[in-house]
Design a protein around this ligand. Structure first.
Ligand code: KG4
Ligand code: ZN
Length: 343
């Protein structure tokens, strides 16, 4: 089956063409147009994002089809939740029209399920069963993935997402948006020690029946950074604060993910979402589970951040099971990931 994927949930207009069946897939093309305009405002402005998607969607899809050197596809998979509704609607409306005009099926895909499939596009072994940590600008989810389409939600953030915490701390440190890569660069250039922040929701005496065994929370950490910034000299301490923040956030995520892999006996950990670009997160995760021979897989930065290839890949799984969306497919700001099984 050949699938056209479309992603417009936030500030990337993206289209991709993918061929395959089951876990045997080949990515034929991937076009990602990032909306630079939001940098001026220090964050994504929803109405500007929608308008930019409208301008970009036709050329982006045409370029993806041309790059793939194909005239026809068998189906269209489009992100329809969660995200900015106006932005999502551009992709959803275009996907429905594209499919209707050609008499081919269209399928709505959950954005976070897309992030779950991104790593499998590059690593044939990043397939279930595995423990998944999805860390993006809007979500932080810890899942046990028994099989594609069967997801046990173990933990999530109770307030800010991991990427959001990076972006807010970047703002406090006077760094540009999106802040994740800037904070990482600064942190890696500084040594640990002069600042230290408590590890949020992390205690040794937690047990799997405690509600905070897997959940995370980053708003307290953000406040700790704010307090430190107020009493520090940013010119000299910026790097040390970034380092202390990143160490604390990563320690928490790594420990909770390692707990999940151990409890469910998984030999693989798959990372996804924009924060999975963070090389220190990936390296720390690998070190933490190396003694148990657990393999850690992370997507390359192009596939970790928002892209349509992962949407086509997740869509392929559902399309092959015969799933289709009707032409009243709509966009939703938030929606539970499909296929959740009881914890
Ligand atoms: O998955 P994504 O592209 O978009 C959403 O679905 O939200 O994730 C974007 C997030 C932003 O918050 C950005 O700051 C963060 O990923 N990010 C990083 C890094 N690269 C991107 N965070 C930490 N370290 C990085 N190297
Ligand atoms: Zn995303």
């Amino acid at each position: 089956m050949r699938v056209l994927g479309i992603e417009t949930s936030c500030d990337e207009t993206s289209a991709a063409v993918l061929d395959g069946s089951g876990d045997d897939v080949a990515l034929r093309s991937l076009v990602i147009l990032s909306q630079d305009v939001h940098r001026i405002f220090g964050g994504v402005v929803p109405e500007i994002a929608s308008r930019a998607h409208l301008t970009a969607i036709v050329p982006v899809v045409e370029r993806a089809l041309a790059d793939a050197k194909v005239d026809a596809v068998d189906a269209v998979a489009v992100t329809n939740a969660p995200g900015l509704v106006g932005a999502l609607l551009v992709g959803v409306s275009y996907a429905k029209s594209f499919a209707f005009a050609r008499g081919i099926p269209v399928l709505g895909v959950h954005h976070m399920e897309g992030h779950l499939y991104a790593t499998a596009l590059e690593h044939p072994d990043a397939v279930p069963p595995f423990t998944a940590l999805l860390v993006s600008g809007g979500h932080t989810l810890l899942l046990d993935v028994e099989a594609w389409g069967r997801y046990r939600l173990l933990g999530r953030t109770r307030d800010d997402a991991a990427g959001e915490a990076f972006d807010k701390v970047a703002k406090l440190l006077g760094l540009p948006y999106p802040g994740g890569p800037h904070v990482e660069r600064l942190a890696n250039a500084s040594s640990a020690g002069s600042f230290r922040f408590a590890r949020p929701m992390l205690r040794r005496d937690q047990t799997p029946t405690d509600s905070d065994f897997y959940d995370v929370s980053f708003s307290g950490l953000k406040t700790a950074v704010l307090t430190a910034v107020k009493s520090a000299n940013l010119e000299t301490d910026r790097g040390a604060i970034a380092r202390a923040f990143q160490d604390s956030l990563i320690d928490t995520l790594v420990e909770k993910t390692a707990r999940a892999a151990r409890q469910f006996g998984r030999g693989r950990i798959v990372l996804g979402g924009g924060v999975a670009c963070n090389a220190t997160l990936v390296a720390t995760m690998r070190e933490r589970v190396a003694h148990r021979n657990v393999q850690v897989y992370a997507p390359s930065p192009r596939l970790a951040t928002d892209n349509a290839a992962m949407i086509a890949r997740a869509g392929l799984f559902h399309l092959e099971r015969g799933e289709r969306s009707a032409l009243d497919l709509n966009a939703f700001a938030s929606q539970p990931i499909p296929g959740l099984v009881a914890a």
